[in-house]
Design a protein around this ligand. Structure first.
Ligand code: ADP
Length: 471
């Protein structure tokens, strides 16, 4: 409006000025009046132009400030260029710039915190999920999806009941949503492949701007005593439980293994003391049984000590290049005698010129000898044993194949565990401790290799182990 008025006034003055300039003065007095009028018109015109220029700069600056405020609202915190003027608007622009810098740094630090927390949660091996008061998942990490076999599925935004089918877990989450603290339990999932989890759940009482009876809407306050959500953490303890079971089994096995020979020794010693010592024929037999059982006890103790040393990492390996042919020849010499006694044929297929392995010769000898002893042990007379060696991918692979009784598929992974035997009675009868393969596995793994078995019941077994090459 004011802008339009200024234009009209300017035009009017312009027309007046042209009229004054175009008509000649009649007298000297009129000449003077006209000059005064012209001067007034010019002054007024200049004043109008100056006001227009000033108000234009002012409105431009206000628009810039308005745009800056909109930018701030949309998260663009770049500052305004410094003002040259020294007025109220310049102070306002400076204050806004300071506020923007402050907001920018708060925003950066918040988003840094958020990225850090989300990176920590993402990299956690524990499954973490957060649900809101309506039992809907609002956050979950990758481990949580993996644990529940839901990788690739969208979890967030879905109701808990749709995701978790474990009633114990659901009950726990509901209790946490009702405000119960310090909830923890162990759950087992799966039927065929069971997995154990240590679960903890806790209520989440988030701060928000919801006004309460005590607080005002401007100051954040605890929304209410009822939690606004719950957090649940699942920790996979399957391996821990398995190790606990292995340890318990180990203690039971050791006791059992010691008990049998000790009972026999005690029994025969008592029989001898009770008078059998005077019966020369029986006393000799009883003494032989006592010796046999004590030898077995000594072997068992030796194996257990060796295993304990290996597992405690106290096995000192003397790494040197070990010739494959020498190792095989060395072991086969001992085996040849045992095999021929059972009419078992022993064949060696080791190509000449194989590179040396890097390892402890005595320990590698023990591994191969154990595999050969087992092959003789579990192969019937008339059977066949073959030792082969080859090189691939910077490692040597040695195999002992037999045409023996074979090992059922279900037992194949377990025979490397301590005391695990497919047929315990048969193994004991043959003087086995059930520790040989477990020791062999530890030795091979300490060399950076691996040991495995391929077997078929009734057809035979092939035990293989790999050891890195010396160069
Ligand atoms: P053991 O002293 O009983 O031989 P090992 O640890 O050497 O103990 O072997 C564990 C079990 O693996 C044995 O009891 C046996 O059931 C099975 N096993 C090992 N080698 C063979 C084989 N060559 N053929 C068939 N079964 C075998």
């Amino acid at each position: 409006m004011w802008k339009l008025g200024r234009i009209y006034l300017g035009l009017l003055l312009g027309v007046l000025l042209v009229a004054l300039l175009s008509s000649p003065p009649d007298s000297a007095a009129e000449h003077l009046q006209r000059r005064i009028a012209i001067a007034l018109c010019v002054a007024l015109l200049l004043a109008i132009i100056a006001t227009a220029a000033f108000s234009r700069t002012l409105s431009d600056r206000i628009i810039t400030l308005k745009n800056f405020a909109s930018r701030l609202a949309s998260g663009d915190f770049r500052p305004l260029p410094a003002e040259r003027a020294n007025d109220e608007l310049a102070s306002l622009s400076e204050a806004l710039n300071r506020a923007a810098a402050q907001l920018d740094s708060t925003f950066q630090s918040l988003s840094g915190d958020r990225h850090r927390s989300s990176a920590i949660l993402r990299s956690m091996v524990e499954g973490v999920a957060v649900m809101d008061a309506n039992e809907q998942i609002i956050f979950s990490n990758g481990a949580f999806s993996d644990i529940l076999n839901l990788s690739g599925e969208a979890i967030e935004g879905r109701p808990v009941i749709e995701i978790l089918r474990n009633s114990e877990l659901l009950t726990m989450i509901r209790r946490a949503l009702n405000g119960e603290e310090g909830l923890s339990t162990d759950i087992v999932t799966g039927i065929v492949q069971q997995r154990s989890f240590a679960v903890t759940a806790a209520p989440v009482r988030a701060l928000d701007g919801v006004p309460t009876e005590r607080g005002s809407s401007s100051t954040p306050a605890l929304a209410s005593d009822k939690p606004s959500g719950a957090i649940v953490v699942l920790h996979d303890i399957t391996e821990l439980r398995r190790l606990e079971r292995v340890r318990q089994d180990f203690v039971a096995n050791v006791s059992h293994e010691f008990k049998t020979p000790l009972t026999a020794i005690q029994g025969f010693a008592e029989t001898l003391l009770a008078g059998a010592v005077d019966d020369p024929q029986n006393s000799r037999r009883f003494l032989e049984i006592i010796r046999e059982h004590s030898t077995r006890l000594a072997r068992l103790t030796d194996d257990l000590l060796k295993l304990a040393r290996i597992e405690a990492g106290k096995l000192e390996l003397q790494f040197f290049p070990v010739g494959i042919t020498e190792l095989v020849e060395n072991c086969s010499e001992t085996t040849l005698l045992k095999a021929s006694r059972k009419q078992i044929a022993l064949e060696i297929e080791v190509p000449p010129g194989l590179p040396a392995m890097l390892g402890d010769s005595a320990l590698l000898h023990e591994v191969l000898q154990n595999l050969l002893d087992n092959a003789v042990q579990y192969t019937s007379p008339g059977g066949h044993i073959c030792i082969t060696a080859s090189v691939r991918d910077h490692e040597a692979v040695l195999c002992v194949s037999d045409t023996g009784i074979g090992i059922p598929l279900a037992d194949q992974q377990r025979i490397f565990e301590r005391f695990y035997r497919v047929d315990a009675a048969r193994s004991r009868e043959a003087g086995g401790t059930g520790l040989g393969l477990s020791i062999a596995r530890h030795i091979v793994e300490a060399h950076g290799g691996r040991i495995w078995v391929d077997s078929e019941v009734g057809a035979g077994s092939r035990f293989s182990f790999s050891i890195p090459l010396a160069a």
